[in-house]
Ligand binder design. Structure first.
Ligand SMILES: NC(=O)c1ccc[n+]([C@@H]2O[C@H](COP(=O)([O-])OP(=O)(O)OC[C@H]3O[C@@H](n4cnc5c(N)ncnc54)[C@H](O)[C@@H]3O)[C@@H](O)[C@H]2O)c1
Length: 261
């Protein structure tokens, strides 16, 4: 059985993956700085801060993959982004290098959020971050690339769209990633014999998706489609006002926008 490190296990995505893997298909090392509750037979608790390089090294030793869901998911404070999305990620990659562990890294659609909604892109399009948060994800993709080129550490960077139980606004017709598709995507990252360095769009099989996948070495085949909810959500505007409707990053793209174009 594979041993998987799940960081950020107390967070939104971490909690769902933990539940999806409650059948014991993996031996799980669960990490967070927040409480994680009682452990099941296939789980072990590794509470601690990933900025601590020695802790990270211990956490990853002997694991098959790290699903690194720990981080800051907002654009509020540069210092927090630097601490948890930049420094902590570097500790994780140093540990992955020391112990030859594959990394599943959650990048974000906000790395490419300034593309207009009329544009379709694939994973090779130039980055167009929509926020400091988006820039922190570009940093993460850069670290992943560096550690593969220089040290052979394999990574799949997931440009996650909108991870929700159900889509609830117009933008989600393009960006939704369902819970079952996320589980399948992460398991593809873990189980593929080789991944090298790969960027994958973390998006369901939405009819209106903006993001196309040119290379799919992990065999991701999403099943959900936000179009099934179109009648209910097509008239619900995206949070963030009219600017959020113009750019793929939605509300993040609208914050502090001062361009007169
Ligand atoms: N939820 C989405 O739709 C979405 C979309 C795009 C990208 N992402 C990315 O996916 C990842 C997971 O998202 P989420 O919604 O579950 O986030 P979340 O904020 O709910 O959970 C993140 C968890 O990481 C933990 N954490 C933060 N810093 C830590 C550190 N230094 N050491 C140990 N634990 C730490 C937090 O305590 C928290 O429980 C994030 O990197 C986020 O940027 C999420």
């Amino acid at each position: 059985m594979k041993t998987i490190v799940l960081t950020g296990a107390a967070g939104n995505i971490g909690k769902v993956l933990r539940q999806q893997w409650s059948d014991g298909r993996y031996q799980l090392r669960l990490n967070d700085i927040k409480p994680l509750g009682p452990m099941a037979a296939h789980e072990t608790l590794h509470a601690g801060d990933l900025r601590d390089a020695a802790f990270c090294s211990e956490l990853l030793a002997g694991a098959d993959a790290v699903v690194h869901m720990a981080g800051i998911g907002t654009d509020l404070e540069l210092d927090l982004l630097i601490e948890h999305n930049l420094k902590a990620l570097l500790s994780v990659y140093q540990a992955a290098r020391s112990h030859t562990v594959r990394v599943v890294y959650p990048s974000s659609n906000h790395a490419i959020g300034m593309y207009p909604v009329e544009t379709e892109i694939d994973e090779y399009a130039a980055v167009r971050p929509d926020s400091l948060y988006g820039i922190s994800k570009v940093w993460g993709e850069g670290i992943a690339r560096l550690y593969y080129d220089k040290h052979g550490v394999e990574s799949v960077c997931l440009r996650i769209g909108s991870f929700e139980t159900e889509p609830f606004e117009r933008r989600h017709l393009h960006t939704w990633l369902s819970h079952p598709d996320m589980q399948h995507l992460v398991e593809c990252c873990i189980e593929a014999p080789q991944v090298g360095f790969q960027i994958m769009y973390g998006v369901s099989a939405n009819t209106r998706r903006w993001w196309q996948q040119t290379d799919n070495p992990i065999g991701y085949q999403p099943q959900s489609n936000a179009e099934d909810f179109a009648a209910r959500i097509a008239d619900i505007p995206s949070r963030g006002g009219p600017l959020a409707e113009r750019f793929q990053g939605g509300g993040f793209a609208a914050v502090d926008y001062s361009n007169n174009k």
